[in-house]
Ligand binder design. Structure first.
Ligand SMILES: [Zn+2]
Ligand SMILES: [Zn+2]
Length: 271
């Protein structure tokens, strides 16, 4: 039974309202700060953190690296890490069918954001996936971050607000806080709606669309067909030469000895 979740709807609406306030002061500093924050959180927080590591375990970080990535992901305000990973694993398991919380078969708006307005969207329940997320629930640090994710984000935003007032740049708060959260939200959600070719599902012409825009602004996400075929790989592209910011970051973390290995087995430049 899909029950409306008013708390989630209020958070989404409030954040959009606060994001609009950023347009009260448009200047180079605010824009550049937003851009850097957006790329950092979209790439490290969502693509590398929530998606490639916590959902797919496509690389093996050292303990401290895992904690830092977990914190950056949490600060994307997309729900707890474990909840996100459970929903995403269900998405791969039931892709666009009953059980996939943001099934594209229920239309663009549902797969983009409406699914979040409900508890147990499209037949998804956390209880049904307990076994599939045991690798995450046995980690106490991740469990407590998961439980307190809303509180952590609210405290972070309040600290950011105080900091921006102290440096006499109050509007900067709206740019790197709410606006950054909202832009990372919508670009994450486009992977479920636009890239999953929602409006085309009934005809099953082509289940996925490629998006260079998402590759650039959403941490290399955007070659979703490859990802659905080889979901455990650290790269989201058939060709290693294709632009994939998330993968470049994983390679960098490996070179810096912050992660011990990553999964990359079938990628060649000839395919
Ligand atoms: Zn997908
Ligand atoms: Zn995935």
């Amino acid at each position: 039974m899909e029950k409306i979740n008013l708390k989630k709807i209020s958070i989404i609406l409030t954040m959009h309202g606060l994001a609009l306030a950023s347009f009260g002061e448009i200047n180079k500093l605010n824009f550049t700060s937003w851009f850097i924050a957006h790329i950092l959180f979209a790439t490290l927080g969502v693509s590398v953190g929530y998606h490639r590591y916590f959902s797919h375990k496509s690389f093996t970080p050292h303990q401290m690296t895992e904690k830092i990535i977990a914190l950056v992901s949490t600060l994307c305000f997309q729900g707890g890490i474990i909840t996100w990973a459970a929903q995403h694993r269900a998405h791969h398991l039931y892709s666009d069918n009953h059980g996939d919380p943001h099934s594209a078969n229920r239309g663009f708006f549902w797969s983009h954001m409406k699914w979040m307005f409900y508890d147990n969207p499209n037949g998804f329940t956390m209880a049904a996936h307990t076994k599939r997320i045991r690798d995450l629930t046995k980690n106490n640090f991740l469990v407590s971050l998961n439980k307190k994710s809303n509180l952590i984000n609210i405290l972070f935003l309040m600290s950011l607000l105080v900091f921006c007032f102290l440096i006499n740049r109050p509007y900067l708060f709206f740019w790197i806080g709410p606006l950054r959260i909202v832009t990372v939200w919508h670009l994450t959600w486009l992977t479920n709606s636009y890239v999953h070719n929602a409006h085309n599902q009934s005809h099953l012409k082509k289940p996925y669309k490629k998006s260079l825009f998402l590759k650039i602004f959403m941490g290399g996400e955007g070659d979703h067909e490859h990802h659905h075929n080889f979901q455990y790989l650290a790269t989201n592209s058939y060709k290693i030469s294709n632009f994939d910011m998330g993968f470049y970051l994983i390679e960098l973390l490996y070179k810096l000895n912050l992660i011990s290995s990553f999964k990359l087995t079938i990628i060649t430049d000839d395919k």
